[in-house]
Design a protein around this ligand. Structure first.
Ligand SMILES: Nc1ncnc2c1ncn2[C@@H]1O[C@H](COP(=O)(O)OP(=O)(O)OP(=O)(O)O)[C@@H](O)[C@H]1O
Length: 289
């Protein structure tokens, strides 16, 4: 298993109570996990344990079993964990340092000792994949929030980490770019067997990509399982995307879809197939009468 958390409790140095309580989470290669829950429930705190900022940077008290690629963040320097865990923060400007987009994306690769040819190839691919080619000579600080978010993500993705933790990676992106970026993340999880843990409030955009949701409330995990089931059960705290309301509305009308994927196209096609079946059935009944 790439990631194992067992009976984990955590409090910041100045917290009065535990911020995370009895967290149990096991995850492996190829999964795209959506981490949901209301503001302040502990999502970013959980993400900081996985990338080792807790306890290495934040301090506080961390209890329980934590294994990230077999490493315990309490006994592993953050730069070692960073070799396995790629992390994109909520505010991308906090992780941009260089004078050009191209340098920004190349830096991690240079640091990791890749050959100039490999660096050139990976940087060029990333610039094109993330739609940053035209901006490659610009300073990241002259870019819009959404462009900065793409640069931060590209800089992490070129390193091909085994675990990817993304804290609201599409917060500054328009809906179309958000879909595209999460699509790249999903393809990466499937093609390179990367584990992605994505914190995202925009369910409409993120749900179609997830094969598992973990829902938190008040520092605890209250659901871990199938996206549709989770959001139906805990819609009152996560919100319900339109596509889930559509499925429920069809059920009210007696039409039950057998769908696990929540992409609007897939659900619409399933609904049309089901309706055609029902119509054909009725016609058949009519013919017999
Ligand atoms: N550096 C910190 N020091 C002390 N308390 C903190 C710190 N960061 C977060 N907290 C507290 O820990 C709790 C969980 O915060 P966290 O940021 O993990 O929530 P979240 O679910 O990510 O929220 P959001 O969706 O708003 O980003 C909150 O009560 C918050 O006030």
């Amino acid at each position: 298993m790439l990631l194992e958390l067992g009976n984990v409790y955590y409090r910041y140095p100045d917290s009065e109570d535990w911020v995370l309580k009895n967290i149990n989470l096991v995850a492996d290669r190829g999964e795209f996990i959506l981490l949901l829950g209301p503001s302040g429930c502990g999502k970013s705190t959980l993400a900081r344990i996985i990338n080792g900022l807790i306890p290495n940077f934040y301090g506080g008290e961390l209890k329980g079993h934590v294994s990230v690629k077999g490493l315990d963040p309490r006994r592993t320097p953050t730069h070692v964990l960073a070799g396995h865990v790629g992390f994109v923060f909520q505010n991308p400007e906090n992780q941009l340092f260089f004078t050009s987009v191209e340098r920004e994306i190349a830096f991690g690769l240079e640091n990791a000792g890749y050959s100039p040819e490999e660096i050139h190839k990976r940087v060029e691919n990333a610039l094109r994949e993330y739609g940053l080619w035209e901006l490659r000579d610009k300073s990241p600080f002259e870019l819009s929030g959404g462009q900065q978010q793409k640069v931060a993500l590209a800089s992490v993705m070129v390193l091909e980490p085994e675990i990817l933790v993304l804290d609201e990676p599409t917060a500054n992106l328009d809906p179309l770019t958000a879909l595209k970026v999460l699509g790249i993340v999903r393809r990466t999880t499937l093609k390179q067997r990367v584990l992605a843990l994505v914190i995202e409030h925009r369910l409409e955009v993120a749900m179609p990509f997830a094969d598992r949701v973990v829902i938190m409330s008040d520092g605890e995990i209250v659901f871990d399982g199938e996206p549709l089931e989770g959001v139906r059960k805990y819609g009152h705290i996560t919100g319900k995307p339109f596509i889930v309301k559509f499925i429920e509305r069809l059920e009210d009308l007696g039409v039950r879809l057998n769908t696990k994927t929540l992409s609007p196209e897939h659900v619409a096609i399933e609904a049309l197939k089901k309706l055609r079946e029902l119509c054909n059935g009725r016609r058949g009944d009519g013919a017999r009468n």
